[in-house]
Ligand binder design. Structure first.
Ligand code: SAH
Ligand code: SF4
Ligand code: F3S
Length: 438
């Protein structure tokens, strides 16, 4: 086989995987390879996988199968991400077409692993969690999207009883203050106007006593950067400094993703969430005092083992009490090796589905109401991509709503002032853009 010249990275799962996928692309580019337009034409395909729910895992194996081409050939295939970490060598046993299996803490070695696989004609597995940071081995960020991700914290020590993340991503580790600022500067030089700080528990970020809010205050001073976001936060790591930042830091967007998972204190305890509904509601109140217009988002799991009908009703109640701007909700999926997978009283699928439908109906209603209440506002929109209609551009409001604007003079990366005129369940329309000064 001649040496591969093009690559394609396909990421599944959370934003941290999107970040990792971009970084793997940059590593391969640094090797002299170029990005292919799609998987079909690429010499190397990286599937950057997610292990969070069973369905996400099944998908990986069907994706691998689909990479076989009509003429019987296939690209080199690397399986990265959380399935790689969780299943290791099993991936290559189950799918013979796989050349490399590489975990989320070892992907800086991807080019070397691909070379090794080619040289030996044998699958290479690397699921180490090395002590040295992979970040030090990654290339400097180049030109990129107007809205960029920046991972500042990885791993999780919380061990919620349903969740694989502590096993697939390892212990909580924060990157250093200066390293993060350097990367932020490079992203802004490369065209980023908005940076979203990422971590499985991003608000647990810490460098010698400095917390996430210190990082946000420092980023606020970065010329050229217009917007700062962060995700995902854990209720127990929500410090006063971060809450105050929502009042004091102009560039920090009025949006908080703060998963509660359930509205039942018994279920929260069984989940090992270490917060209860009262402490969560108090927290939301404090955040809203600091920033009254803040959009609150969350994650929910229905059908956790033992969840009764009455406990599910409590989840609907907390949703009503909070009034979410948007949220993600999932049917519980038993994950091998997690404590909840072997708990008694697993909830039947039909019951879970019915609960999920009712929860989603309520959340959709709230999201639509939030969008409708935005109509009439004049607000900033960061243009991120082209829409389907000619001249239509898509961007995000400060509250992370998708906004469509029809104006052929707009370019990707523009920050424009828009009058919000129409609301739909999932997006808004706006008009009369005026360009804001950089
Ligand atoms: N660190 C974040 C997000 C973790 S994963 C947090 O603590 O909130 C994203 C979401 O997936 C979780 O918030 C949870 O709602 C959901 N999730 C995790 N494990 C799950 C499982 N086994 N079944 C169903 N949903 C799950
Ligand atoms: Fe998973 Fe809980 Fe950690 Fe979030 S806090 S990543 S849900 S173990
Ligand atoms: Fe999935 Fe791993 Fe993210 S399991 S949600 S890709 S941390």
């Amino acid at each position: 086989m001649t040496s591969p010249k093009t690559y394609h990275v396909k990421s599944f799962g959370c934003q941290m995987n999107v970040y990792d996928g971009d970084r793997m692309g940059e590593l391969l580019s640094a090797e002299g390879m170029t990005a292919a337009t799609d998987a079909d034409s690429a010499d190397v395909v990286v599937l950057n996988t997610c292990h969070i729910r069973e369905r996400a895992v099944h998908r990986v194996y069907s994706e691998i199968g689909a990479l076989r081409r009509d003429d019987g050939t296939r690209p080199m295939i690397a399986v990265a991400g959380c399935v790689a970490q969780a299943e290791g060598a099993e991936v290559a046993k189950r799918a013979r077409d796989v050349d490399v299996v590489v975990g989320p803490q070892a992907y800086h070695r991807l080019p070397a692993l691909l070379a090794e696989a080619r040289a030996r004609g044998k699958a290479q597995i690397d699921t180490d969690m090395p002590a040295e940071s992979k970040f030090d081995a990654l290339p400097t960020r180049g030109p990129g999207r107007p809205s960029a991700f920046l991972t500042v914290q990885e791993g999780c020590d919380k061990f919620c009883t349903y969740c694989v993340v502590p096993y697939t991503r390892g212990a909580e580790v924060s990157r250093g203050f200066e390293a993060v600022l350097d990367e932020a500067r490079a992203l802004v030089d490369g065209g980023a106007r908005e940076i979203t700080l990422l971590g499985q528990n991003v608000n647990a970020w810490d460098d010698a006593g400095r917390g996430l809010h210190d990082l946000i205050v420092a980023l606020d001073k970065l010329p050229g950067l217009a917007r700062i976001r962060y995700t995902t936060s854990h209720p127990n790591d929500m410090r006063q400094g971060l809450i105050d930042a929502h009042r004091d830091v102009e560039k920090l967007m009025p949006f908080l993703h703060l998963p509660v998972q359930s509205g039942s204190d018994r279920v929260l305890k069984a989940m090992n969430r270490s917060h209860d509904t009262a402490s969560y509601l108090r927290l939301i109140e404090r955040v809203r005092e600091a920033r009254p217009d803040i959009a609150i988002s969350g994650d929910f799991i229905v059908g956790f083992p033992g969840e009764t009908g009455a406990e599910f009703e409590e989840t609907l109640n907390i949703v009503r009490a909070v009034n979410y701007a948007q949220a993600f909700s999932f049917a519980y999926s038993p994950r091998p090796g997690t404590p909840a997978a072997t708990m008694d009283a697993q909830v039947p699928k039909a019951v879970m589905d019915e609960r999920l439908q009712r929860l989603q109906a309520l959340l959709n209603e709230q999201q639509y109401a939030f969008n409708t209440a935005s109509v009439g506002r004049r607000t900033s929109v960061l243009i991120e991509r082209k829409g389907k209609i000619a001249g239509q551009m898509l961007g995000k409001s400060p509250w992370l709503q998708s906004v469509h604007v029809v104006d052929p003079t707009l370019k990707i990366g523009d920050l424009v002032e828009v009058d919000l005129t129409h609301a739909g369940p999932n997006s808004l329309r706006g008009t009369a853009p005026m360009k804001l000064a950089a």
